[in-house]
Write a protein that binds this ligand. Structure first.
Ligand SMILES: NC(=O)c1ccc[n+]([C@@H]2O[C@H](COP(=O)([O-])OP(=O)(O)OC[C@H]3O[C@@H](n4cnc5c(N)ncnc54)[C@H](O)[C@@H]3O)[C@@H](O)[C@H]2O)c1
Length: 106
């Protein structure tokens, strides 16, 4: 991807409030100066935090507090995004042993 072409770029980061996601968000806003960048952070804040973003970045991002297991919300939120990053992960080994339930409206 060239970073000098004028364009709108919509980035979607699942797990964007985590360590890598928050740093990736900063990187994306810094490195496409000629583009209108929008970063949507989709995170359930289970281990991440909005404290990773300074106030100027918080004003720019679009934040959705939701779980990637909520398929309807996730699918809807990913509409019209250009690039999707999947960084959502559970760092808790004990919690990861519990069977996952994905929800979807009938
Ligand atoms: N940090 C590293 O050094 C490193 C190295 C190699 C690979 N990775 C991988 O990169 C990914 C991100 O790592 P990280 O260090 O940023 O982890 P992190 O724990 O800091 O971030 C993960 C984010 O995902 C969110 N999350 C967890 N479950 C979710 C769910 N069900 N729905 C929505 N959000 C959810 C958490 O709230 C958190 O903000 C992970 O898959 C990790 O295994 C990390």
């Amino acid at each position: 991807m060239k970073n000098n072409a004028a364009a709108d770029l919509n980035f979607f980061i699942c797990g964007g409030a985590g360590f890598i996601g928050s740093n990736l968000t900063k990187y994306l806003y810094r490195n496409f100066p000629n583009c209108t960048v929008t970063v949507t952070v989709y995170d359930n804040l289970s281990s991440g935090s909005l404290d990773f973003f300074d106030s100027s970045l918080l004003e720019k991002i679009s934040f959705i507090n939701s779980d990637i297991k909520d398929l309807d919300i996730l699918t809807d939120a990913m509409n019209s995004q250009d690039i999707v990053f999947l960084l959502a992960a559970n760092p808790d080994i004990a919690l990861s042993a519990i069977p996952t339930k994905i929800t979807k409206a009938a």
